[in-house]
Write a protein that binds this ligand. Structure first.
Ligand SMILES: C[S@@+](CC[C@H](N)C(=O)[O-])C[C@H]1O[C@@H](n2cnc3c(N)ncnc32)[C@H](O)[C@@H]1O
Length: 198
């Protein structure tokens, strides 16, 4: 959990600027970041990281062998986005809002993604914002793409009824105790995958 403390000043400053948007008092631990990165199965497919914050998950994605040319990082807080750009000068860091993901990808000539790895505080968002963000995510994923998301609450980031209406399904794949607070890792896909696989 050392990196949780190392990047704490930047994180706390971002939290002071906008507590609801940051949604946590600590960045992700190495354990949580690695558990998220482990769910990405294609290292050369387009991977989008949302809400990268201080870059813990970004480092884990690179450590997992994700092709840096195929990794796009989106962060809404301009100061954190600028720090990410200095920390990862070879990556495409987009300062922007995940609810505008399709437009961001289009403006940067990027196609559909295989994986979206999200640290967004979905459970902190008002329901209409959450729906807007989730619609943008699933519209930016290939039909068999994956959303990888963590939460601090054991409640799913997409409630069952909402998942059903959005035609997605998901489950908790991991529980990380070595993080403050302990976290749950979830994976979601579109229903269509089941039909395509049949
Ligand atoms: C829980 S923190 C991220 C923690 C990150 N894994 C780390 O270790 O630093 C959530 C991040 O999502 C960003 N965020 C929140 N809403 C966003 C949105 N709509 N679009 C893009 N980023 C957003 C926040 O600015 C914050 O950096």
């Amino acid at each position: 959990m050392l990196n949780q403390l190392k990047s704490k000043p930047d994180f706390i400053s971002a939290w002071i600027r906008n507590p609801r948007q940051v949604g946590a008092l600590f960045p992700s631990s190495g354990c949580l970041a690695q558990a998220m990165a482990a769910q990405v199965d294609s290292v050369n497919g387009l991977t989008i990281e949302l809400g990268a914050g201080t870059g813990a998950v970004t480092s884990a994605l690179l450590g997992r062998g994700i092709n840096p040319k195929r990794l796009v990082v989106v962060e809404k807080d301009q100061i954190l986005a600028d720090k990410l750009t200095s920390q990862f000068p070879t990556l495409a860091i987009l300062a922007g809002d995940a609810s505008r993901l399709q437009q961001l990808l289009k403006q940067n000539d990027l196609g559909l993604a295989e994986n979206v790895v999200s640290s967004l505080p979905l459970l902190n968002m008002r329901i209409h914002t959450r729906i807007r963000v989730l619609s943008a995510i699933f519209s930016s994923l290939h039909h068999d793409g994956k959303l990888i998301q963590y939460t601090y609450s054991p409640a799913p980031p997409i409630p069952k009824q909402l998942a059903h209406s959005m035609q997605v399904y998901g489950y908790r794949i991991d529980r990380i105790l070595w993080n403050f607070p302990p976290a749950h890792v979830w994976v979601y896909r579109r229903f269509r995958t089941l039909l395509n696989d049949a």
